[in-house]
Ligand binder design. Structure first.
Ligand code: IPT
Length: 270
C-alpha cells in the first residue's frame, strides 16, 4: 500500500518535519510513502505532482501545498476515486483537511505580549499568497484590535530565514518605534534575531520576539525562541490515520479537522 505526498519545498523546516512525521506513521501501519516536491507553490506544478503520483497508482494522497478554494476543487476533481487530504487550505472548506487553529495561535501570541505591556508591535508575515500566512496575519490583526491596538509596521517575508533577516533590517532602518515583533514562522524569526543582534538591539531587553511553528531547532536559537507550537508529529499521525480511513471508506463526507496549538514560552519575550 502506498500513500502519495505532494509537499512544499523540503528545505523549509515545517514541511520537512511534517514529511518525516507522515513517513514514520505510515511505516508503522505498513504503508509506503512516495514524495513529490514542488519548489514554488503554484497550481500547474501541483497538478503535475499529483498526476505523477497518480500514475504510480498510489492508494491515497496527502497534499501539503498552500491552495485556494478553487484550486482545491480542481485537484480533488483530478484525483477522481483516489482519496485526497489537504494540509494547507482554508478550514472553512467542505473537504477533507487537517489544519492548525490559527485564531488561537495568533491570539496566544498577541495576549502574551500585551500582558507584558507591549503596545508597539510590528508584524512579519509569511508570503501572503499562502492561505496559512494570511490566516496568521488576519489573526494577529484581530487579536490586536481586541486590545485596541494596531500593528506599527507590517512586513512580508517568504518563510526563509534570510527573508526574516532582510525584512527585519528594513524594519529597523525605517526608524519605527517597536518593542515587539510577531513573526509568522520560526525560520524567519531566526533571521530576525540575527538582524536585531547586529543592530545592537537586545532580545528581550529592547525587543521581544515571538515565532510560529516550534520547529525542532527553535529551542537552540540565541536566545531560545518563544513561539507558537504546531505539533507536526500529531499532524503526521492524524493525517496518515485519516487518509487510511478515507481509503477504507471512500464515501466519507469531507471534514475539516482543526488541531490545537500552544504557546511555548522561552527566552525571547519579556
Ligand atoms: C507552514 C509553516 O508554518 C511555515 O513555517 C512554512 O514552512 C510553510 O508551512 C511552508 O508552506 S505549516 C503548513 C502546514 C501550513
Amino acid at each position: 500500500h502506498t500513500i502519495g505526498l505532494v509537499t512544499s519545498n523540503l528545505s523549509l523546516h515545517a514541511p520537512s518535519q511534517i514529511a518525516a512525521a507522515i513517513k514514520s506513521q505510515a511505516s508503522k501501519l505498513h504503508f509506503n510513502v512516495v514524495i513529490s516536491m514542488i519548489e514554488q507553490p503554484d497550481l500547474s506544478a501541483c497538478k503535475g505532482a499529483v498526476n505523477s503520483l497518480l500514475s504510480q497508482r498510489v492508494d491515497g494522497l496527502i497534499v501539503n501545498i498552500p491552495l485556494e478554494d478553487d484550486q482545491v476543487r480542481a485537484i480533488t476533481e483530478m484525483c477522481g476515486n483516489v482519496p485526497v487530504l489537504f494540509l494547507d487550505v482554508s478550514p472553512d472548506l467542505n473537504t477533507h483537511s487537517i489544519t492548525f487553529d490559527a485564531t488561537t495561535g495568533t491570539q496566544l501570541a498577541v495576549t502574551h505580549l500585551v500582558q507584558r505591556g507591549h503596545q508597539h508591535i510590528a508584524l512579519l508575515s509569511g508570503p501572503l499568497t499562502s492561505v496559512s500566512a494570511r490566516l496568521r496575519q488576519e489573526g494577529w490583526q484581530q487579536a490586536l484590535a481586541q486590545h485596541h491596538l494596531k500593528a506599527v509596521v507590517q512586513l512580508q517575508g517568504d518563510w526563509s530565514s534570510i527573508s526574516g533577516y532582510l525584512q527585519t533590517l528594513a524594519l529597523i532602518s525605517t526608524g519605527a518605534k517597536f518593542t515587539a515583533l510577531l513573526v509568522a514562522n520560526d525560520q524567519m524569526a531566526l533571521g530576525a534575531l540575527r538582524a536585531l543582534n547586529e543592530s545592537g538591539l537586545s532580545v528581550p531587553g529592547q525587543v521581544s520576539v515571538v515565532g510560529y511553528d516550534d520547529t525542532e531547532d527553535s529551542a537552540c536559537f540565541i536566545p531560545p525562541l518563544t513561539t507558537i507550537k504546531q505539533d507536526f508529529k500529531a499532524l503526521g499521525n492524524t493525517s496518515v490515520d485519516q487518509l487510511i480511513a478515507q481509503i477504507h471508506a471512500p464515501a466519507l463526507p469531507g471534514h475539516a479537522t482543526i488541531l490545537p496549538v500552544t504557546l511555548i514560552e522561552r527566552k525571547t519575550t519579556a
